[in-house]
Design a binder for this molecule. Structure first.
Ligand SMILES: Cc1cc2nc3c(=O)[nH]c(=O)nc-3n(C[C@H](O)[C@H](O)[C@H](O)COP(=O)(O)OP(=O)(O)OC[C@H]3O[C@@H](n4cnc5c(N)ncnc54)[C@H](O)[C@@H]3O)c2cc1C
Length: 269
């Protein structure tokens, strides 16, 4: 049955909470404690709680979830868990649409708490959507699990990993990968300075620790295009991939590029 063929109606809730991450689940628990009579709906794409702050660990090994099932966790409370994807919200009409198991459902509410979190932006940099791995919950060919598989399969080969960004997440990723697979070449590329998010002392300590691990840092470079996977290989005789970034108005192609040079200005339009 297609999503558009069937539309079911849900009752009106006093509060609907969109997203059961840290913010949404905490909001639900607070409402449960303080006002037990409220009818509360908690909507989330998955029944499993996503610990985003541990996603970088999942590059190395699967992370055992501390809450296996949100619905089981909330059983017996006034919180009704609805497992589905929020596809639209009409604040004036106080309605939310979700898709659950192929059915489109409509929820009505008096108050809504919007806690859907954020997504990695893969649309601003050409090629990132196709090639870059990202730390998100999604399954699929660019998920943390897919990256783990690729790194494990190629651990004994001259694999190079580029992390884009120089703040907390990228530092954690670079550290995790380099610690687990010391023979891999890990490079961080950042448009600011690596580790500069908490002042000079933290920056110096972070950079020293990364350098000890053998992580390379390229500061003040803005990634303008991703032409191959962020994880790529460079055997001596076979060039398979390329990675290009831009410094002010100057394009830099890695010498092992198998693609034609990027024409300045083409990607700026
Ligand atoms: C690798 C990594 C490490 C981090 N480390 C730290 C750290 O050490 N300390 C720190 O303070 N912060 C850290 N952060 C940031 C922190 O994870 C976020 O600030 C936090 O997760 C935000 O919580 P949230 O509840 O708003 O959103 P989220 O945790 O993203 O939860 C949103 C929920 O909504 C669901 N959802 C999204 N869209 C839909 C939809 N359309 N329909 C249904 N459900 C949907 C998602 O599945 C998810 O369950 C880290 C982030 C990452 C990626």
């Amino acid at each position: 049955m297609s999503v558009t063929e069937t539309t079911a109606k849900f009752p009106v809730y006093d509060v609907v909470i969109l997203g059961a991450g840290y913010a949404g689940l905490m909001a639900a628990l607070r409402l449960r404690k303080k006002r037990g009579q409220l009818r509360v709906a908690l909507v989330n794409a998955s029944d499993q709680f996503l610990e985003r702050v541990r996603l970088q660990e999942s590059i190395v090994a699967p992370v055992e979830p501390r809450i296996r099932s949100i619905s089981a966790f909330l059983a017996g409370t006034n919180i009704e868990f609805l497992c589905g994807e929020v596809i639209s919200m009409d604040a004036d009409q106080r309605r939310v649409r979700i898709v659950s198991r192929g059915l489109e459902l409509e929820i009505m509410f008096d108050e809504a708490i919007y806690a859907l979190g954020s997504h990695v932006d893969v649309d601003s940099v050409p090629g990132a959507a196709e090639h870059a791995y990202r730390l998100e919950a999604a399954e699929g060919p660019r998920s943390p699990a897919a990256l783990r598989t690729r790194l494990r399969e190629n651990a004994g080969r001259p694999i190079r990993v580029v992390t884009v960004g120089g703040a907390e997440t990228a530092i954690e990723v670079a550290g995790e990968i380099k610690t687990a697979w010391p023979n891999l070449e890990v490079t961080m590329v950042t448009r600011s300075r690596c580790g500069e998010f908490k002042g000079a002392r933290v920056e110096s300590a972070v950079c020293a620790a990364l350098a000890r691990l053998g992580v390379k840092m390229i500061d003040r470079e803005t990634v303008a295009e991703v032409r191959s996977a962020v994880v790529y290989e460079k055997p001596t005789s076979l060039v398979k991939c390329d990675y290009v970034w831009k410094r002010t108005d100057r394009w830099i192609n890695f010498p092992w590029s198998s693609l034609p040079p990027v024409v300045p200005g083409v990607l700026d339009a």
